[in-house]
Design a protein around this ligand. Sequence first.
Ligand code: NAD
Length: 153
Amino acid sequence: MERKTALITGGSGYLGVHLAKELNQRGWRVISLDLKPHTKCFNVAYRGDVRDKDILTQIFKSYKIDTVFHLAGRIEVGESFKEPTVFYDHNLAGTCNLLHMMATHGVKNIVYSSSAAVYKQQDEILRKIVRLLITLRMVIRNMLQNVQYGIPV
Ligand SMILES: NC(=O)c1ccc[n+]([C@@H]2O[C@H](COP(=O)([O-])OP(=O)(O)OC[C@H]3O[C@@H](n4cnc5c(N)ncnc54)[C@H](O)[C@@H]3O)[C@@H](O)[C@H]2O)c1
């Protein structure tokens, strides 16, 4: 049987490293794309940004990717409040770019991990943070549904 190939975005992160080890054990070839340096658990590691079309083109042209595990994103709750546009850029623009490039290269399978945090809306500041993160999640969910129905992002 042909070996399956996974692209993990955010492969240097907490979940990415565990996922890579698991996929390796199951015989997958694992490629990662992350802004940060990589550990050794990847067959191929790209240091780069999901918002960068050139690097995604290079990856999708070089490998037949079966499934993208999209874990790249900014997750720091406090920072998301201080720099909301930076978060929109990484998480929303990054996902949009990735989906567009996947469609361009005929890659159909994506596993998207949304928010790690569970929020209790205690005060006004937390309410604002929650609104931002919920908005991001809803927009990305809509984008994924559109792609599923063949509507381009
Ligand atoms: N850790 C958990 O328990 C958990 C649970 C549920 C959902 N999630 C979600 O899974 C995802 C990953 O979580 P994590 O705990 O591994 O986070 P993490 O911060 O450890 O890893 C995220 C990785 O994404 C990379 N990254 C950020 N922006 C990038 C960009 N523009 N291009 C390329 N790489 C970029 C970072 O460098 C980092 O290595 C997040 O969306 C998080 O909300 C995590």
